[in-house]
Design a protein. Structure first.
Length: 194
């Protein structure tokens, strides 16, 4: 079964596009885009185990750090740059987004919402950092360096003059349209420079 966030991303991307997937994991999304959309894509991944999985899928991948390794790409080299579930793991969000907007015509960002209702209730009533289906890590083994909400991200984009073309909000494989800050556990945004 295809993940809803992957379906949404695939619907956004035009057939035959050049795609760079930052923090591509095991390459499942890039592989799907190659098959469904005839995309020419490459990924950047830091984990040797994930790189091996990408290669097993036939996905082009480079081992690298998205905080520092985007300088090698020229301006507008890609039609789309994807940061799905990876932005909250980078050290310098502003630099990575600026570099992504430089090398890509559009940037697709998927982020977890650390301020959804389940997370808020766990903090309020249990006094613990939330562990949910969409945020499955304990405080000590999380790969996340940043803990942001959907509103935080929208405000950041406004402040930095990054235009949000379109957005979707999700919870457990369904789209959320009302009270997204409370009920969505993640969001997907299409960005471009204003």
């Amino acid at each position: 079964m295809i993940r809803l966030d992957y379906e949404i991303i695939a619907d956004i991307i035009e057939p035959g596009s050049r795609v760079l997937d930052l923090g591509c994991g095991d390459g499942e999304l890039l592989s799907m885009l190659k098959m469904k959309k005839n995309c020419r894509g490459t990924g950047i991944e830091i984990s040797p185990e994930q790189i091996f999985r990408c290669m097993e899928r036939g996905v082009s991948v480079a081992q690298g750090n998205i905080d520092s390794d985007l300088d090698v790409y020229e301006n507008k080299r890609f039609d789309y740059v994807i940061l799905n579930e990876s932005l909250q793991q980078v050290l310098n969000i502003e630099k990575v987004l600026n570099d992504s907007l430089r090398v890509g015509k559009k940037v697709i960002v998927g982020i977890p919402n650390f301020c959804n209702l389940r997370a808020r209730l766990q903090i309020s009533f249990m006094g613990q950092v939330p562990v949910t289906k969409s945020l499955p890590y304990k405080w000590y083994n999380t790969p996340n360096l940043r803990f942001l909400s959907l509103k935080d991200f929208r405000d950041f984009c406004t402040e930095k003059k990054i235009h949000i073309e379109k957005s979707w909000y999700l919870c457990e494989g369904r789209k959320v349209v009302l009270l997204t800050g409370l009920f969505a556990d993640s969001g997907i945004f299409v960005l471009r420079r204003e």
